[in-house]
Ligand binder design. Structure first.
Ligand code: ADP
Length: 329
């Protein structure tokens, strides 16, 4: 059976980008006969300035939202990263496998380190080592496939490199995972700045659709989306017309249609935006409704997370023990 692992960081409310780029694929995998683990990666939320109470609250919110999106605790393993010590134990061994140079080359590190410096905050050492902890998250479960959005591809490639290197030096220890990306909307862009990805903390939310936004808020954000200048009509061109291409990608991801073909059906931006807003509202409606039901019973979510951590620990421990022995401990 194919083993799948993926995670989400509780650094903010989950976005439409998280949903289309990752969560929707997770729900689909959960329906298939595959063995899937999904993790709220709270340790990764500590790599930038954070508020302890907020991280704890957002972890529970993310777990609740994943269940609301359709993950079933009977079929998959849903847990919180910090509940399973094996991740940090394995991360250290992988830190002894990775080099400083390859971590400094990570695009996300460069961007986030620059942002931390610009804000006058120090760059936490954990921001540099975060991809190694992510590699440990993945390798601890003999993972075959990692369904993520485009922005995480480089980190999964690093994970593969570390697994191969460790196996070559110390003997076969880890499964070498491969990345899987969604066919459409692997990188949903910010509606106000379509040259940046839609992220949890993007421009105070004006260009970011959150999964729990009310329908009226979703409509307002989509209708105010920045489109491209020029009167070339609605064409799909990611490089020259990123704003329109992003709307077409979102509509394509919601409806299953090809964004290039969709473009041919529109004479102007207004009609396109209205259709995007309708499609996103309908896509998120059941998730928002189910979230409200689940949030009313936080004890039930805690129970799912406790059981998930128990199972995850049982899977990770033999893999991490194997790595300890292989490396000479
Ligand atoms: P972020 O804090 O940027 O949302 P996460 O690591 O929590 O990052 O993201 C969880 C998953 O959502 C990852 O698989 C990531 O690739 C995906 N994702 C995040 N933002 C986007 C986006 N704008 N478009 C597509 N996928 C995204």
């Amino acid at each position: 059976m194919t083993r799948i692992f993926s995670g989400v960081k509780p650094t903010g409310h989950l976005t439409l980008g998280n949903y289309l780029g990752a969560v929707r694929q997770w729900v689909a995998a959960d329906q298939a006969p595959e063995d899937a683990l999904f993790c709220v990666v709270d340790l990764h939320a500590l790599t930038i300035e954070h508020d302890p109470a907020r991280v704890r609250r957002l972890s529970r919110e993310a777990a609740t939202l994943l269940l609301a999106a359709g993950l079933s605790p009977e079929k998959c393993t849903l847990f919180v990263q910090s509940h399973v010590d094996e991740h940090t134990r394995l991360a250290y061994l992988l830190e002894c496998t990775a080099t400083d140079g390859e971590l400094r080359r990570m695009i996300q590190y460069k961007e986030k380190a620059a942002a931390a410096q610009a804000a006058g905050a120090g760059v936490r050492l954990s921001l540099l080592t975060y991809p190694v902890l992510m590699a440990a998250d993945i390798l601890a479960y003999d993972t075959d496939e990692v369904p993520v959005g485009e922005d995480q591809r480089q980190h999964v490639e690093l994970t593969r490199d570390l697994a191969v290197r460790f196996n070559q030096r110390y003997g076969p220890t880890f499964a070498v995972p491969k990345v899987t990306l969604p066919a459409v909307a692997a990188r949903v862009m910010d509606l106000q700045d379509p040259t940046s990805k839609m992220g949890k903390s993007g421009d105070a939310g004006a260009g970011v659709v959150f999964m729990l936004d009310e329908p009226g808020v979703v409509r307002k954000k989509v209708m105010r989306a920045v489109t491209d200048s020029g009167d070339g009509g609605v064409v799909y061109d990611r490089a020259a017309r990123p704003g329109v291409a992003n709307l077409l990608d979102v509509l394509g991801a919601c409806t299953g249609a090809d964004p290039v073909v969709l473009a041919e059906g529109y004479g102007g931006y207004g009609a396109l935006k209205r259709d995007v807003a309708d499609a996103v509202v309908e896509l998120l409606r059941p998730v928002r409704e189910r979230h409200a039901e689940l949030a009313a019973d936080p004890g039930a979510v805690e129970k799912v997370l406790r059981a998930g951590a128990e199972r995850a620990r049982g899977l990770a421990r033999p893999v991490v023990d194997r790595a300890y022995r292989a490396i000479g401990l």
